[in-house]
Design a protein around this ligand. Structure first.
Ligand code: PLP
Length: 344
């Protein structure tokens, strides 16, 4: 079986998710647009997971989840503070601005892909005049685009700063599972208990065929969200086929098992690459990604040998991404290929 390291969305569907996709197909006819038993069951499972009475919605992908969530959090004349390498800033083709009718993203810097309360406050307090797009949301990515993870106290400090100034907190959790697996914390502690108001909970990169959950911990913010989802063309009529596979992820903590495995494979690759003098690791390896700079000749050689990896993510460099099913032998093969390409 061929495996690649370009993205965790190269992987297929994990067996547990697939099982519930098939189960949902065998339950006969079901009400559409989310009124089915499977969707209700998964909403309850997510509420149980987070130990709170949150509102849950399902959309097809992360770009829609982020864009619609952000649009529901601010007016068109307000702005969203994010990191300069945030997916919403660099990889969503302007969808957050489009769906919010023009809310501006205010990008700032921070070490290892993470925002800091100080950088956020600078943007909030820089100006208060009518010509400035007033910040209304802080968006953080967990785990980040460069594979690092916010600690619980870092999130709490950001949320305190945001709330102090009347802003809300959005979390892009396309790889939320990988972060929770690393932190080993209760999912509630790293979200609403730390001040996160809305979470885009990624399923696709964790082993689903398709679909992300948008979780509103501050439920009043979810008012009319269902209409946004519909208007954006993100309301699945046979919603059970997006929702039911989540049962497979949530049951027996498969989502954490999948994420832990992906993280362990990245760690394995990282530990092999640190031994190669020409390979410079760019960021702490805290989830399922390894970013490394390699000599151009090595990059060319790897590409010629059909290794796939991205070079446009985050701060550049080569990104190697591990998935729920990445095989250790494949990691070792890649590490050996990189070592060879560096010395050739
Ligand atoms: C993959 C990803 C998304 C979602 O991307 P889609 O391709 O729209 O599903 C969002 N945020 C981050 C950080 C991602 O890595």
């Amino acid at each position: 079986m061929s495996q690649h390291f370009a993205s965790d969305n190269y992987a297929g569907v994990c067996p547990e998710a697939l099982k519930w996709l098939i189960e949902a197909n065998q339950s006969g006819h079901e009400p559409s647009y989310g009124d089915d038993q499977w969707t209700q069951r998964v909403c309850d499972a997510i509420r149980a997971l987070f130990k709170t009475d949150c509102d849950v919605f399902y959309v097809f992908n992360g770009t829609a989840a982020n864009s619609l969530a952000l649009a529901s959090l601010c007016q068109s004349y307000q702005s969203v503070i994010c990191h300069e390498v945030a997916h919403i800033e660099t990889d969503e083709c302007g969808a957050p601005e489009f769906f919010s009718n023009g809310s501006k993203l205010l990008a700032t810097q921070g070490e290892n892909g993470k925002l800091t309360p100080a950088a956020i406050e600078t943007l909030i307090t820089r100006r208060s005049d009518i010509h400035y797009p007033r910040p209304q949301v802080v968006s953080i990515t967990q785990s980040t685009e460069v594979g690092t993870v916010y600690q619980v106290d870092e999130i709490r400090a950001i949320a305190e700063m945001a709330h102090h100034h009347g802003l809300t907190v959005h979390m892009d959790g396309a790889r939320f599972a990988n972060a929770v697996a690393t932190l080993g914390v209760d999912p509630a502690d790293v979200t609403w208990r730390a001040g996160v108001d809305v979470l885009c909970f990624g399923g696709t990169k964790n082993g689903l065929p398709v679909g992300e959950a948008v979780v509103f911990f501050k439920r009043e913010l979810a008012r009319d969200f269902a209409y946004r989802v519909k208007q954006a063309g993100q309301l699945a009529s046979k919603m059970r086929f997006i929702s039911a596979p989540w049962i497979g992820l949530l049951e027996n903590d498969v989502w954490l098992k999948n994420a832990s495995h992906a993280n362990a494979m990245a760690r394995r690759l990282h530990d092999a690459l640190v031994k190669i003098p020409q390979a410079k690791i760019m960021f702490p390896c805290e989830s399922n990604a390894v970013f490394v700079t390699l000599p151009q000749a090595a990059v060319d050689r790897l590409r010629a040998d059909n290794w796939r990896f991205y070079q446009f993510i985050g701060a550049g460099g080569c990104r190697f991404m591990c998935s729920w099913d990445t095989e250790p032998a494949m990691v070792d093969k890649l590490a050996a290929a990189i070592a060879e390409a560096c010395t050739a």
